[in-house]
Design a protein around this ligand. Structure first.
Ligand SMILES: [Zn+2]
Length: 601
């Protein structure tokens, strides 16, 4: 890698032309989700020595525009389906950095360690992502600022708006990189990564959390733009200096096909997986995983805490594979204290064993076509065991299992899924719909069907299925309206058990013999129709929709000193989990749930 060598050709911006070429994605499900663009810098044709000289590309950027808002109900599964990518970086981005809706993963907002410098937060949920796959500068033009110049052209182009984010993984891009086919030593690799990171930092990029990804905001007021390059955090990537051969215990392992393996214990635990209580590596040889751990430990105690090439200890692997027996056995070897394996995160993922289980469960719980899966019991039992070993007060195992299976991260969700922010949003939207409907309620005589036109123009009534339309009169509409009020009141009740489920609302309204509600129920009306109406508005105005509730309404109110509880309320992974709420309310998944109004492209 030549460094500080004089450039062979002088770069003169005035002699260059920048062009952008769009290559639409062939993704069949959501064709507009990804737009691939090639940005190229060529010499100005009018200034070429001869018009016959072939066009020379002296620098290029290949990038994707990822329009998350087009598929926010299944962002991750759409990204994961795109297997025609040359690299898997975008897939990695869609799992390690973003959640199923394309919103920033919870740990970058709620976890002190994972958020790194904290310069990127919830604002990253909005705007288009521009993912730079590749940045190249021709060798003879390097070290003259051409790389920065071409980046600046991208930032100034129509492809990057004020609130968009340019994301990349340094080292994958090629500026100042090694020639293709050249193999670098480990030390050279580290030097190369440090150098590319320094280049992108100089151009305003900062790290997202502690991941390998960096991002740039076009907004000069964004916190990342105010963070000094020297204050940016380093990636957590594990840099091994261990003697790998040290972990080999050949003699013991003959017969288990483990001989010669660098990390026999890691391998055995990985192999045993989640459910097998033993490992069976040969047809007639099996050994319970706990016995094998004890056996290996008796030969070489240090193997219990050994780190594999990625920096993971056997406890990490046992957690990742959700093998309870292996975790229990490993925890019995006096692992304790702050520096124990329970707290280690000096590995490639920067994860503790507990995070390996929990992040793993969260990734598995992808919602496909509206079907919501609870976290697996095996994983929850592992998480319980690890939390207990870490000294947390986790209560009884069965209670923990019941509360944690819906992925709550705030510890304040009703039923483990109805988060304080979800509840607040629901209260506000139900209140707003209540008042809208109140002004437009028909005043025809009771018992007289409203007819199709009135049903269409009365807000909410389109949520009543067609076969019941003949039953809709003024009283029916008032019953619908009364349920909106009941939802609003329940969401305004601080009690964690106050969840506006169809059962609870039905019980409250019929017990209180609310006249219009009883009549509504008698004629086939259901609480679910009203919940459907409220949930649709919640989604439409959330960051998954056009974000008007979060950005316009709440930011405005907070600026006026109102609704300040919104700011201090804990954040939870369930805050925008509308599919989960639908499922918990006992409602069917809705295919066209998100075909509402979205913010522009
Ligand atoms: Zn929660």
């Amino acid at each position: 890698m030549p460094e500080h060598t004089a450039p062979a050709v002088i770069f003169r911006p005035e002699d260059c032309v920048v062009t952008f070429q769009e290559l639409p994605s062939r993704e069949p499900a959501i064709p507009q989700l990804l737009l691939k663009v090639k940005q190229r810098v060529t010499a100005d044709p009018t200034r070429r020595a001869s018009p016959h000289v072939a066009e020379e590309v002296i620098a290029s950027i290949h990038f994707y525009r990822v329009r998350r808002h087009l598929c926010r109900h299944n962002f991750r599964s759409a990204m994961l389906r795109m297997d025609h990518f040359r690299s898997d970086e975008l897939r990695q981005l869609s799992t390690t950095v973003f959640d199923q809706h394309g919103l920033l993963n919870y740990e970058f907002i709620g976890d002190e360690w994972h958020k790194g410098s904290g310069c990127f937060g919830v604002e990253m949920d909005y705007g288009t992502l521009i993912y730079i796959e590749d940045l190249r500068v021709k060798k003879e033009y390097r070290n003259q600022g051409l790389g920065s110049w071409v980046l600046q052209h991208l930032f100034d182009s129509k492809y990057v708006g004020l609130h968009d984010f340019v994301v990349l993984m340094p080292g994958r891009t090629d500026d100042q990189g090694p020639e293709s086919g050249v193999r670098l030593s480990l030390a050279q690799c580290h030097e190369f990564f440090d150098k590319t990171e320094a280049f992108f930092r100089k151009n305003g990029f900062r790290r997202i959390g502690r991941t390998d990804f960096m991002a740039f905001s076009n907004n000069p007021e964004h916190p990342s733009r105010k963070l000094a390059a020297t204050d940016d955090v380093k990636a957590h990537s594990y840099k091994s200096s261990r003697d790998f051969a040290d972990a080999q215990i050949d003699a013991v392992l003959d017969g288990f096909n483990l001989a010669g393996r660098e990390f026999p214990l890691h391998f055995a635990i990985q192999f045993a997986g989640t459910t097998l209580p033993y490992i069976q590596l040969l047809p007639h040889e099996r050994m319970p995983i706990d016995n094998l751990i004890v056996l290996l430990h008796s030969y070489k105690p240090a193997i219990i805490h050994s780190q594999d090439r990625g920096g993971y200890t056997p406890l990490h692997i046992a957690a990742q594979t959700m093998n309870r027996l292996a975790i229990e056995t490993l925890l019995n070897f006096d692992i304790a204290g702050a520096d124990s394996d329970l707290h280690r995160r000096d590995n490639d993922g920067g994860l503790t064993p507990l995070e390996m289980v929990e992040f793993g469960m969260r990734r598995e719980a992808i919602i496909v076509d509206g079907v919501v899966k609870a976290y697996p019991e095996e994983g929850l039992r592992c998480a319980y065991m690890l939390r207990k070993a870490m000294g947390e007060d986790v209560g009884s195992e069965e209670e923990y299992l019941e509360f944690s299976k819906w992925g709550c991260t705030c510890d304040e969700c009703g039923g483990g899924w109805f988060s304080p922010r979800f509840k607040y949003r629901m209260m506000c939207e139900a209140d707003s719909l209540y008042h809208t409907m109140e002004c437009l309620l028909p005043d025809s005589a009771p018992g007289v069907p409203l007819g199709p036109t009135m049903i269409r123009i009365t807000p909410g009534l389109e949520y009543v299925p067609a076969h019941l339309h003949a039953n809709i009169d003024t009283t029916f509409a008032e019953g619908f309206h009364a349920i909106l009020w009941a939802i609003r009141v329940l969401c305004d009740t601080p009690d964690i058990r106050a969840i506006p489920t169809p059962e609870l609302i039905f019980e409250i309204l019929t017990r209180s013999t609310n006249r219009v509600a009883v009549s509504y129920f008698d004629r086939g009306g259901q609480v679910e129709f009203v919940l459907d109406y409220v949930l649709d508005l919640m989604i439409a105005q959330s960051p998954i929709g056009d974000a008007t509730f979060d950005v316009d309404t709440m930011e405005g109110l907070v600026a006026e000193g109102k609704c300040l509880e919104w700011v201090t309320m804990p954040r939870c992974q369930n805050d925008l989990n509308f599919e989960l709420a639908r499922a918990r309310f006992g409602m069917k998944p809705k295919k066209d749930l998100y075909k509402l109004q979205y913010i522009g492209a």
